[in-house]
Ligand binder design. Structure first.
Ligand SMILES: O=C(O)CCC(=O)C(=O)O
Ligand SMILES: [Fe+2]
Length: 420
């Protein structure tokens, strides 16, 4: 019973790992993937993920020039402009000399500039560097066009508490489209909240440099700051362990929690990605959020005596980190309640549930009875850890909310275990 084994095995199995593999989609079961990659927090590439996605078909044109030349794939700028319409989109000027510079521009202007730079380059061989190093990134296109099913969440990434909660609450989600000309890039960073990310290339090639958690400390300068940009040379100089991946079209990369990375578009690229967390990394997310709250408390300690000190801390935490303690607890309790109601709506006993499937979030995810039990056990364990924390103990509302969900999940788990 793999799901329950996971619960009793808090310490990750430390298989010596030295490389990042490529797996064909459907060559590994959901459960094995969960065990071997999510749980072990190890990156992997999945091939042939997006061949059948609507965006792979409609956003690109494929011209066949015969067997000597082969196929030539191009971005279908006209289709994209027509389908998506003119709207403000988030862009970043990523000239290497300046820091990331995020702003907005009209989609048609963005696409026209990009298309012109390709046409000019093709006709005159002029370098495309100047003026076109603008990256359309962190674009919430799915939230903007919720009925347009242009991609499917790969089934291995289906257990996504973050977007499941945010989409339900109609809040800003973490589902993005990225598109940009060759040489656009994303500086060295670790993902928001310490979340996982997955990113699927619809078009083009990306170069990823990934560092296992902890390796980044070798790059701290004397002010304890990390660099914005890394290179293989700079990493070698400091004996940093790292992996380089060239991600091709139709490949999805899984970026685990706490892995710093830098991403470079070797060619023009289009990709879809999500940040997310679930039972595997929720405790890590909690430690991150609690650590951030402690930092905020320390920073504004001079105002400790003010009556709204705690509120101020939560407002700063939400602004800086993206989630505050209330948001986090609401999310966890929402998932607990939803799992319990999913279970009762399945309407058959524990054993048959192991083979059953129910669908949620983008219609691709499979959640069986063991998965539900595992999610609920994890939440139960997590909340028991959280109520020990001094920052929670002080606030009776949060404490009560945790206790209520602990009782609810205790009851559920006991009943399910007794059925065994
Ligand atoms: O594709 C990019 O430029 C950045 C993607 C990224 O950082 C991620 O998926 O975590
Ligand atoms: Fe990232």
């Amino acid at each position: 019973m793999v799901w329950l084994n996971l619960l009793n095995n808090e310490k990750r199995n430390s298989i010596a790992r030295t490389s990042i593999n490529r797996l064909g989609e459907n060559t590994i079961s959901y459960t094995n993937f969960y065990w071997k990659y999510l749980y072990q927090n190890w990156p992997v590439i999945i091939t042939n993920v997006s061949n059948e996605w609507e965006c792979s078909k409609s956003w690109l044109t494929r011209e066949d020039y015969g067997k000597d030349v082969g196929k030539c794939t191009k971005i279908n700028f006209d289709f994209l402009k027509d389908k998506i319409g003119n709207r403000q989109v988030p862009v970043t000027h990523c000239d290497k000399s300046s820091k990331e510079n995020a702003t907005q521009m009209l989609f048609f202007n963005y696409m026209n500039n990009w298309q012109n730079s390709i046409n000019n380059f093709e006709s005159s061989e002029i370098s495309r560097q100047s003026g076109t190093n603008v990256y359309l990134k962190d674009w919430h296109l799915k939230a903007e066009l919720p009925n347009y099913e242009f991609y499917k969440v790969p089934k291995y990434f289906g257990s996504d508490w973050l977007n499941e909660y945010l989409v339900d609450k109609k809040n800003d989600d973490y589902r993005f489209v990225y598109m940009g000309p060759k040489n656009t890039w994303t500086p060295f960073h670790v993902d928001v909240f310490g979340s996982f990310s997955w990113s699927t290339n619809i078009f083009g090639t990306k170069k990823w440099i990934l560092l296992p958690p902890g390796e980044q400390v070798k790059l701290l300068d004397r002010y304890q700051k990390l660099p914005d940009e890394i290179s293989e040379e700079s990493l070698n100089k400091r004996n940093v362990i790292y992996f380089v991946i060239y991600q091709q079209e139709n490949e999805a990369i899984f970026v685990p929690s706490g892995w710093y990375h830098q991403v470079y578009n070797i060619t023009d690229t289009i990709s879809v990605n999500h940040n997310w967390f679930n039972a595997v990394n929720i405790k890590y997310i909690w430690y991150n959020i609690a650590g951030n709250l402690r930092k905020v408390i320390k920073e504004i300690n001079d105002f400790r005596e003010e009556s709204n000190f705690e509120e101020q801390c939560q407002a700063i935490l939400r602004a800086d980190f993206g989630l505050n303690i209330s948001d986090f607890l609401d999310l966890v309790c929402f998932i607990a309640e939803k799992r319990i109601s999913m279970n009762s709506s399945m309407n058959h006993d524990f054993y048959t549930k192991s083979n059953s499937e129910i669908r949620f979030l983008n219609k691709t995810s499979i959640l069986n009875g063991f998965h539900i039990l595992y999610d609920l056990k994890t939440i139960n364990n997590l909340l028991k850890v959280i109520i020990q924390d001094k920052i929670i103990y002080k606030s009776t509302d949060w404490y009560e909310q945790c206790l209520e969900t602990i009782n609810l999940t205790n009851k559920f788990c006991e009943e399910e275990m007794n059925k065994e």
